[in-house]
Design a protein around this ligand. Structure first.
Ligand SMILES: *Cc1c(COP(=O)(O)O)cnc(C)c1O
Length: 347
């Protein structure tokens, strides 16, 4: 008999659309409205983001994270520049060369660091080891917040990266596909974790936070946003019915749903990590600081869990299982997974 697939922990993009984002899309779905972002809801979404960050930032809405990152990075670089990032950065491992493509050849220089966080000494070394014309000129440091391994950079760590960037004449980009999860873990303000710490441009994730589609590209350094609208249009990232891309941000920000959902996902992940850690033979491999849990499991246990229908990734990091929570994960889902791991580990 075929086992029903259980997708609950595969990825936060396996979840559906949260009620607040869905309702906001329905609200703007009446009659006619100006296209390409000239509507009032898009203006309101931008204002809510400016309030959220307490900054006079420039905001653009695009369809997905690959576009957000690639276009933001290409606006910071020329083709002979380079971008420093972690070995496991999404821009390095999961964007199919889009940052290089959209920047006409800017090279990614990837460096190690524990638990998915770049080591600032390695950043400095990567910049300073060469200053000749044969080396792709370092121009940007890109941090992922929360990281691909479910850890977070504290405001002080981001600020240290920001200070190093100023010293080395680099711009600071942040891939914030899970920025909301990092925020609730750290309990700091959005400003402290971004522009006050020296972030020039942030790609702020909407999709994994509970929207159908869409990420916001936020330029705190507005000079860097020059002609970014043309870049979006040329790349096929200017939505004509923009209100459906912008309205979910209103739904998520006006009453705090963004942070509420992120906090829920984080709580589920923490509960999962704590309960799995108590099972003999199971080891948590990275600190659980956002909505992901990375676990070292015996290959036979991985196969047995898959045999019971559980879907989860093992290609991120180095072969461990990743269990990802979302706004829609329930404690019952967590308990069901834990029960299966416990039973299978007891063998
Ligand atoms: C999911 C994700 C993105 C965006 O991916 P798309 O599939 O292009 O929307 C960007 N960065 C990180 C770290 C991600 O996890």
């Amino acid at each position: 008999m075929a086992v029903a697939p259980r997708y609950h922990f595969a990825s936060d993009n396996y979840a559906g659309i949260c009620p607040e984002a869905w309702a906001a899309m329905a609200e703007v779905n009446s009659g006619f409205a100006p296209s390409y972002g000239a509507d009032l809801w898009t203006a309101q979404a931008c204002d809510l983001l400016r309030d959220f960050f307490a900054a006079d930032c420039q905001v653009f809405f695009v369809f997905n994270g690959t576009a957000a990152n690639s276009l933001a990075l290409s606006s910071l670089c020329r083709s002979y520049h380079s971008i420093i990032c972690h070995d496991l950065a999404h821009i390095e491992t999961d964007e199919c060369g889009a940052p290089e493509f959209f920047s006409n050849g800017t090279k990614l220089l990837h460096i190690p660091g524990d638990h998915g966080k770049v080591d600032l000494a390695a950043v400095a070394h990567t910049v300073q080891r060469r200053s000749d014309i044969h080396y792709p000129k370092p121009r940007v440091l890109s941090l992922t917040q929360a990281t691909e391994l479910g850890t977070v950079y504290t405001p002080a760590e981001v600020a240290a990266a920001g200070a190093l960037c100023r010293q080395l004449d680099l711009k600071l980009h942040m891939d914030g596909a899970r920025f909301a999860n990092a925020l609730v873990t750290l309990g700091c303000t959005p400003a402290e974790l971004s522009w006050r710490a020296g972030v020039d441009v942030l790609t702020f994730g909407g999709t994994k936070a509970g929207m159908a589609v869409g990420e916001a590209v936020i330029f705190f350094n507005k000079g860097l946003a020059e002609e970014f609208d043309y870049r979006c249009k040329q790349a096929g990232q200017l939505a004509s019915k923009m209100r459906f891309l912008s309205a979910p941000w209103i739904g998520m920000l006006r009453d705090g749903a963004m942070l509420r959902h992120a906090a829920h996902a984080n709580v589920c992940a923490r509960k999962l990590a704590v309960e799995l850690a108590a099972i003999p033979g199971v080891r948590i491999v990275h600190p659980c600081e956002a909505d992901a849990v990375f676990v070292a499991l015996a290959p036979t246990l991985i196969d047995a869990l898959r045999g019971r229908g559980w879907h989860f990734y093992t290609f991120i990091g180095s072969g461990q299982a990743r269990f990802m929570c979302s706004w829609n994960t329930t404690f019952a889902d967590v308990e069901a997974l834990v029960a299966d791991v416990r039973e299978l580990a007891a063998g």
